[in-house]
Design a protein around this ligand. Sequence first.
Ligand code: ADP
Ligand code: ASP
Ligand code: MG
Length: 442
Amino acid sequence: MKVMKFGGTSVGSPQRMKEVTQIFNPAEGEQSFVVLSAMSGTTNTLVEISDYLYKNNPEGASTVINQLEQKYLAHVDELYSTQAYRDKTIEFLHEKFQYIRSFTKYAPTFSSAEEKIILAQGEILSTTMVTNYLLEQGRKVLLLSALDIVRTDENGEPDFNYIREATVKKLREHADYDIYITQGFICRNSQGEVDNLQRGGSDYTACLIGAALQTDEIQIWTDIDGMHNNDPRIVDHTEPVRQLYFEEAAELAYFGAKILHPTCIQPAKFAGVPVRLLNTMDPTAPGTIINNEIQRGTIKAVAAKDNITCIQIQSSRMLLAYGFLRKVFEIFEQYKTSIDMICTSEVGVSVTIDNRAHLSDIVNELKKYGTVEVDDGMCIVCVVGDLASGNVGFETRACMAVKKIPVRMISYGGSNYNISFLVKAEDKKRTLQALSETLFKG
Ligand code: ADP
Ligand code: ASP
Ligand code: MG
């Protein structure tokens, strides 16, 4: 069995929905497990509806809900050819939008629990519409609710054992289907409430299910022909990378390559299931395969992570003192804030974080141990490839590329696959461009 995930653009219109069903049509005697995102733009619109409700503006929310409902209703005629399935889907859409509308009465006390329910509706809409289309075509298709098979634990991390047991059980109970469809992104938390795996989380759902089922391959179908060697939204003439080692893909995803959810590679890596990135607009293009092979001596790609804050703590007391770093790290742990980059010297340490929620508390605590300086509006640019220290000259090439850019921090040697530069957000574009020119041209 293959697990195949289709992103928002891939199911972004009735035409696209029909096309993807051709892609995931299993061969005779085989089965497909399909994970779908919401139609493109829908989750953003659901966020907008929630924003109105947070601001206690039910009228604003209702206007956007009505517009979204009209947009969905307009797809029905094109997607279905029989009146029975048109009626069935219209009834479903009316019911779902009535449900979304019901939250407008909670506007004065609207909270994140209600927001998560609203955000979950996008994937519920897309999966039901595609399932109805396949049923109309006479296919043996089963819609499984992700709310029954995907759960997070008390730390908000996917509860892998639960996901594996629940998914295997469902498939065993309903073995006689050609196609299983479920929603990406959405899940329940340890309290049983509707939750999600963060924006872009459908990739994560697919990798968790692929790892749970130990499938041959996890396919992530999107709107581009694989992982490019630099961010195609920012740099011209980027090229697809044909193969990535699991660690390389994980670093690129974590450090900003939007094509993959930041942590989705981990479960695939642990289960040893290869991940293939493919293009729904060009289904025969080879895409990118992510597996356990290391290609020696190659720099693969560059990515950038925005909204980074750098905190520097300087203290003469650090000189020759043991336990200083522990005290610093404990403060970040206390405020559940993870550190991305770290550089140390005899008299100071600089770290970066991307979550500013507890910044002022963290800075106040750190001030007990030294002088603290905060720089925000920074960006981590990460170069990924076989960057083991034995490969003489590779880090020099990366450093040469940024010779004209003021670099605030450099991190190298933390793993064999990455060298990271911390630069100001305003220097991001020219840093990415300079790296492409030096590392990938010719
Ligand atoms: P989906 O909705 O299918 O999940 P996303 O928008 O999340 O699609 O991811 C695909 C997009 O990621 C591409 O259209 C591209 O603009 C962007 N992207 C950013 N960095 C990269 C990269 N290094 N390689 C490929 N695509 C990238
Ligand atoms: N629909 C969700 C989002 O827009 C999840 C996803 O597309 O992966 O973030
Ligand atoms: Mg995505």
